[in-house]
Design a binder for this molecule. Structure first.
Ligand SMILES: [Zn+2]
Length: 520
């Protein structure tokens, strides 16, 4: 078996949009397609021409652009029964989409032929062959997606092979075995792909779904058995439990199986690319996603961290940077000295296992966590805590007093904040308003400090999360506020905890400003 190129066929923009909560505008689709192209994906399936105006517009725009790596594919089905392919409007729209590639699906499974299409096995073969022949005549590269290929083969292997042969003989450039219902096992996928490999001479592809958690495993089993194209979606978007997740397939192919696919150098952009797609889809990235998730290379247990610090290979299956991810040391109740040391070093603080203040820092972190602070997502506040314990931070300012008020009527409400700060003996008294009390407080604080520290002009709050902590002790519930700030270049995260949400927010805001001033 040749160990040639394995092509990546992305269907995020078509099969992926079948997923709950996944929706793209035309502009979104073009942005995603461009990103996939830059990443080195071989095919980008843009949608189903004729299924909706959005997809038609996408193909119109796509035809005008230059694509570096990817070939754009339009998706559709074989001709309807008892009609010439050239007279089928759906097939004509595929041709009119002006894409170099057309992917059509057709039936493998007799159950579908008889009970869904209500036609004969013979007419189904003709529907496949006629459509492919017409598309080939029009100069298209044709990818034939054999729908229910696995279930159809399990039901009647002889007829399944006939349908695939019909596609091959009509000139299909690829026959792609689809596990449409997503219920097959890797062993079955391997055996059926091998049987197809045996019977056909055209290249094979594999298209799997994740209904039993085996989407990626099945795709890789297909590749091992001879498939040279994998169809799937970024982040595994797709109906029900999703499609085969290309974000896992790609590094597995390249880094684990040693196959040629997306260039290895581009894999360093995998995480960034996958997060970009989440961003455009307006979905929260799955922190637990293999390879690229926030927790994929996070170490929590003190002993693990100790070992990782010595030899990273001891608790990591691969260097996280290979896929653009990074090692994260979690500081938590389990934190040992090693966690703190590694975390501090990561943040550029000079410290080692023999630093005398280490014991105090550890005690302070545990004490704060007991109060409800969580430093796992608040590296900025942790850096301040450590630097303060090391005595390396001079307070940049003092907040002498603050006042927040809110008034409103049926039409609008106004929040106003007043702060009084002193810097080196000088006092500033500032009033500002905002959309909400925290926003007003943020404006007032930064306005008053900007005169002293012009670097704060570019700082702004980009995210604000509030979590109510359940109080087990019967006292009032506490609020934990996590804020994300940026100066246009870097991002940092700070935390505050209090029974009062304004007070908790103020702590996080003050930490954010102090942290930025540390860099100056
Ligand atoms: Zn599918």
């Amino acid at each position: 078996m040749s160990k040639g190129l394995v092509e990546i066929y992305d269907t995020t923009l078509r099969d992926g949009t079948q997923g709950e909560g996944v929706s793209f505008s035309v502009a979104d689709k073009l942005r995603v397609a461009e990103r996939l192209d830059a990443f080195g994906v071989h095919y980008v399936e843009g949608g189903w021409p004729g299924s909706n105006p959005k997809d038609n517009e996408f193909f119109k725009q796509a035809a005008k652009r230059k694509w570096k790596h990817a070939q754009i594919a339009a998706f559709g089905s074989t001709r309807r029964k008892k009609i010439a392919a050239k007279d089928d409007p759906q097939v004509r729209m595929l041709i009119d989409a002006k894409t170099p590639v057309v992917t059509i699906f057709g039936k493998t499974w007799l159950l579908h032929v008889k009970e869904v299409l209500h036609t004969t096995p013979k007419e189904n073969l003709a529907m496949i062959a006629d459509t492919i022949r017409l598309l080939k005549k029009k100069g298209k590269k044709v990818i034939y997606d054999a729908e229910h290929a696995l279930d159809g083969y399990k039901d009647d292997p002889e007829y399944a092979l006939q349908t695939w042969r019909a596609a091959e003989e009509a000139g299909a450039d690829f026959v792609v075995l689809c596990d449409t219902n997503g219920g097959s096992l890797p062993g079955e996928v391997a055996a059926i792909t091998a049987a197809a490999r045996e019977a056909l001479s055209c290249p094979l592809g594999i298209h799997t779904h994740n209904d039993i958690g085996l989407g990626v495993a099945n795709a890789l089993a297909g590749v091992d058995a001879g498939a040279t194209q994998v169809q799937g979606t970024i982040n595994g978007y797709g109906e029900r439990t999703g499609n085969c997740n290309l974000t896992s397939v790609i590094p597995n192919l390249v880094l684990k199986m040693g196959r040629k696919s997306i260039p290895k150098a581009n894999l360093k952009k995998l995480r960034e690319m996958a997060r970009f797609v989440d961003e455009v889809a307006n979905l929260v990235p799955n922190r637990h996603q293999p390879w690229i998730g926030g927790t994929a290379f996070a170490h929590k247990g003190g002993m693990h961290v100790n070992a990782v610090q010595k030899v990273s290979r001891s608790f990591e299956h691969i260097n996280p940077e290979a896929v653009g991810n990074s090692r994260r040391i979690l500081v938590s109740d389990l934190a040992g000295r090693s966690n703190i040391v590694m975390k501090a070093q990561e943040m550029g603080i000079r410290i080692n296992n023999d630093t005398p203040e280490l014991k105090d820092i550890l005690a302070r972190v545990k004490e704060q966590e007991h109060l409800g602070y969580d430093y796992e997502g608040a590296e900025g506040s942790l850096a301040l805590l450590i630097r303060k314990a090391l005595g390396r931070v001079e307070p940049a300012f003092d907040l002498e007093a603050y006042h927040v008020s809110m008034r409103g009527d049926s039409l609008e409400h106004v929040c106003e904040a007043t702060v009084k700060v002193t810097v080196g003996g000088k006092t500033a008294h500032t009033v500002a308003d905002g959309d909400g009390p925290v926003n007003a407080l943020d404006h007032a604080l930064r306005n008053s400090l900007r005169g002293f520290y012009p670097v704060l002009k570019t700082v702004r709050l980009t995210d604000y999360k509030v979590r109510i902590l359940n109080s087990a002790t019967g006292t009032a519930a506490k609020t934990r506020v996590l804020i994300e700030s940026t100066d246009g270049k870097d991002r940092w995260y700070t935390v505050g905890v209090n029974e009062n949400i304004i007070e908790a927010s103020l702590q996080a805001l003050l930490d954010s400003i102090e942290f930025r001033l540390l860099k100056k």
